[in-house]
Ligand binder design. Structure first.
Ligand SMILES: *Cc1c(COP(=O)(O)O)cnc(C)c1O
Length: 342
């Protein structure tokens, strides 16, 4: 499946690759030995293989380090997967709208053709249509579960059926899995070697600013991503922050619990507004809400300093606004504003 020219690629070998282990004097990487401006210990290059962080993740997720790739957010593995497996102008990827926008943008940047197979009106996979659209040059299928913007999980049987029948990689974007009622598909990787699972520190872990995405797959796929990544793609501060986060997993669980209970409250209040037509079932930290007139509501909320995401141009999302669950105070402001609007 790999693009042929990559099979002979000799990856960049960093100073930290040429010498591993402990030494007392490091004069091999042209670093500044005196320290960092203005302060801090940032003068040495970070571990290009992020061993400590991967080790902690491997323990938490029950996988081995060779099944983990760390990226600069999820955007980096999305791009690297396309670059590793799709020949520009020849190969293609399947995406399932309405879905996360980055798959399409990344494919377009790489001059890789996109086939769009819409989710059905309940935002579930249209399995027969997906299988029909797989061609000789289809390399990747991007499945977002829970899906952004609709919020629902895809049925596991459907995802696995596609994985079974497709002779390419099925990429499951699980950015919101911490909020979901069902488990990650990481535990299906051994049975389905063509699964690639994307997770991120940006949502439940509250670390969007550090840009840390995690990819889980079989060791061969991970090894290809490692060969083509920029050598120091995860900086030192990010590796440290990720490690600290993993040591405080209960805090993440508490955040998730609080957000889910606010989501439930928000849902129960929103449904009473006459302007709300429906609220889509959500396994994420946001609600997709269909209004009678989304533009007007959106404009009014903005005038009140409340920003939500207009998704009404997305397939089957007419009149829909995507509302992230905020703090109790933020959610109350939203509800107040909607009451005033009413
Ligand atoms: C927010 C989000 C991500 C996270 O992207 P990062 O680059 O890791 O911040 C990934 N996929 C989906 C579907 C998202 O909504």
């Amino acid at each position: 499946m790999v693009r042929p020219h990559l099979l002979d690629l000799k990856p960049y070998s960093s100073a930290r690759d040429d010498f591993q282990g402990q030494a007392s004097v490091y004069l091999d990487a042209n670093e500044n030995p005196l320290g960092s401006v203005p302060t801090g210990n940032f003068n040495r290059y970070p571990d290009p293989h992020q061993v400590e962080l991967k080790n902690a993740l491997a323990k938490l997720k029950g996988v081995i380090q060779d099944q983990i790739f760390l990226g600069n957010g999820s955007d980096e593995p999305i791009d690297l997967l396309i670059r590793a497996f799709c020949e520009p102008g020849v190969d293609e990827v399947i995406i399932l709208p309405p879905t996360y926008g980055m798959y399409k943008v990344s494919a377009a940047i790489n001059n890789v053709e996109i086939r769009e197979v819409p989710l059905n009106p309940s935002f579930q996979l249209d399995v027969p249509a997906i299988l029909e659209n797989i061609g000789d040059h289809t390399k990747l299928i991007f499945v977002c579960s829970p899906n952004n913007p609709s919020g629902n999980l895809m049925r596991v049987e459907d995802v696995l059926k596609i994985a079974q029948q497709f002779d390419g990689l099925v990429i499951i974007d699980e950015a919101y899995i911490d909020f979901a009622a069902s488990e990650s598909l990481i535990n299906k990787m051994d049975q389905y070697p063509n699964l690639v699972i994307l997770q991120t520190f940006s949502k439940a872990w509250g670390l969007a600013a550090i840009r840390l995405g995690v990819t889980y797959s079989n060791a061969e796929v991970i090894s290809i991503l490692n060969q083509i990544k920029p050598p120091y793609n995860i900086d030192y501060a990010t590796q440290e922050a990720g490690l600290l986060a993993l040591q405080s997993k209960t805090k993440k669980d508490e955040f998730v619990e609080d957000i889910l209970s606010e989501k439930k409250r928000l849902l129960s209040e929103l449904i009473n507004f006459p302007q709300v037509v429906e609220i889509l079932p959500s396994d994420a930290n946001f609600l997709l809400v269909r209004f009678q007139d989304a533009q007007k509501i959106n404009a009014y909320l903005r005038s009140q300093g409340i920003i939500v995401r207009d998704r009404s141009k997305e397939l089957n999302c007419a009149e829909c606004l995507r509302i992230t669950v905020g703090t109790a105070i933020e959610n109350n402001s939203l509800l107040e504003s909607l009451r005033r609007y009413s």
